[in-house]
Design a protein around this ligand. Structure first.
Ligand SMILES: [Mg+2]
Length: 243
């Protein structure tokens, strides 16, 4: 594998909050499900009330799981539970349509974060580019990648729900590096979450870059091993810097 820049054998990126922004999209997509229920004549509250119910249902499940998102919690699952809480009965066809509304809204609202072309172009000067993302529904995450206009940008896409291992476990980083034929110790992972992205990458022997979303405490223990970048332009600059 030729390395024009030479510093890294491959560069890996996280997706949500790093390359793609959709914070508003999640709630709006759940409200869109409520709007479709109203169209079906099955819901008498305002559409956003359904988003509130979904948040309550998911919050309860997360609380029971030490605030981790359980692998089995697909959209279909919280949809079913939220409908039960609202005491709404839907046909199989209606249920399929509600799920499609949610998926379409999510992928339509996914937006690539400013300066992503610069960051990916800078990554290209090193070698192949991989995407490592924690998400249980692989097909939905791929729709989001398409919706954000990032399709075709990666040499490998590694989604935890498909690989069966979640960040910060080193296994998913090792799997991704193996798949691209590189040594994890010669790679860097760029993400916005201290635990899943930074600690995970370090545990697999990769270098780590934290793209900061906001002001938050920086664990002193990580300072020596982690590059802190304020946005994707800073990531591009860091990737292009000499060493
Ligand atoms: Mg993220």
């Amino acid at each position: 594998m030729s390395r024009a820049n030479g510093r890294f054998a491959a560069v890996f990126f996280d997706l949500d909050g790093t390359l793609v922004s959709e914070r508003m999209g999640v709630r709006e997509a759940r409200a869109a499900v409520g709007a479709r229920l109203i169209e079906f004549g099955l819901y008498r509250k305002p559409a956003p009330a359904f988003a509130d119910t979904v948040e309550m249902v998911i919050g309860g499940i997360m609380e029971d799981n030490d605030w981790q998102w359980p692998l089995w919690l697909h959209a279909e699952e919280w949809m079913k539970r939220s409908l039960a809480v609202e005491e709404i009965t839907v046909s199989d066809d209606e249920f399929r349509e509600l799920n499609q509304v949610y998926r379409d809204e999510r992928s339509d609202r996914a937006e690539a974060i400013r300066d992503w072309p610069e960051a990916l172009a800078a990554a290209r000067t090193h070698g192949p580019i991989g995407l490592i993302t924690n998400f249980n529904d692989g097909s939905m995450q791929r729709e989001k990648i398409r919706g954000a206009g990032l399709e075709g940008q990666f040499d490998g896409i590694y989604i935890s729900g498909e690989v069966g291992v979640w960040k910060p476990e080193p296994g998913i980083f090792e799997h991704a590096a193996n798949d691209l034929g590189v040594d994890p110790g010669e790679c860097v992972h760029i993400g916005n979450n201290i635990q899943s992205d930074v600690e995970g990458a370090l545990s697999a022997g990769m270098k780590a870059v934290l793209v900061e979303e906001d002001d938050r405490p920086r664990p002193a223990s990580l300072n020596g091993d982690v590059a802190w970048c304020e946005d994707l332009q800073a990531v591009a600059d860091w990737l292009l810097a000499g060493s």
